[in-house]
Design a protein around this ligand. Sequence first.
Ligand SMILES: CC(C)(COP(=O)(O)OP(=O)(O)OC[C@H]1O[C@@H](n2cnc3c(N)ncnc32)[C@H](O)[C@@H]1OP(=O)(O)O)[C@@H](O)C(=O)NCCC(=O)NCCS
Length: 195
Amino acid sequence: MEIQERAKCVKHAARSGVLEKSGGKTAAVDAPCPGVMIRKARIPDVGAIQQLVNHFADNGEMLHRPLSEIYENLRDYFVAVEGDNLLASCALHINWEDLVEIKALAVADKWQRKGLGKQLIDACLKEARELGLTTVYALTSKPEFFEKLGFRRVQVSELPNKVWGECFRCVKFPNCDEVAVVYSADSAEDVNRAG
Ligand SMILES: CC(C)(COP(=O)(O)OP(=O)(O)OC[C@H]1O[C@@H](n2cnc3c(N)ncnc32)[C@H](O)[C@@H]1OP(=O)(O)O)[C@@H](O)C(=O)NCCC(=O)NCCS
């Protein structure tokens, strides 16, 4: 697919008239990029997920993930794929009752700003709701991206001790540059109404 065609993805498609009727109102819906599928990760995806995440980790944008960690948590992962090519990944990891984290969010350089990051977050939030979890957090170097999707910034210390209690194990400790963001069902309704 040519770059120009890719640029017609998701948000562009939604903005350019992909509309559906819902509850008597007309709402824009995200259409997938032609040929791109968002699905749960599978064993053959593991190597590509690690390559993608570690590419950005090498630039200090996120944490490196060992293969063992990805295998052990593979059921947490969603991926965006075009045929056999893995374009993006994101994981939803349950810590505790109503404490769930979005992690390992990465979109390949050429595929950024086409709505894939948003689609992966949407998939994670949908799964969180289905599991009965209403509050989702992330520790991120890109808080502005999350804010666009209805998350709000909080102090890490506002999150339960279980989250930051393990920070000392992180390679970035004590010079952490990550920002905590939280999404709750209430803010989701606000964003949906505004959107
Ligand atoms: C951050 C990242 C996941 C965003 O994914 P993406 O697919 O490019 O984002 P989307 O196209 O879905 O963007 C959704 C919205 O967020 C905005 N956005 C995207 N990246 C942004 C950023 N870095 N800062 C602010 N806004 C951003 C988009 O413009 C879009 O807003 P709009 O609908 O008003 O135009 C991607 O750039 C990435 O993988 N970066 C490298 C790895 C990384 O930093 N991961 C996050 C660590 S937690």
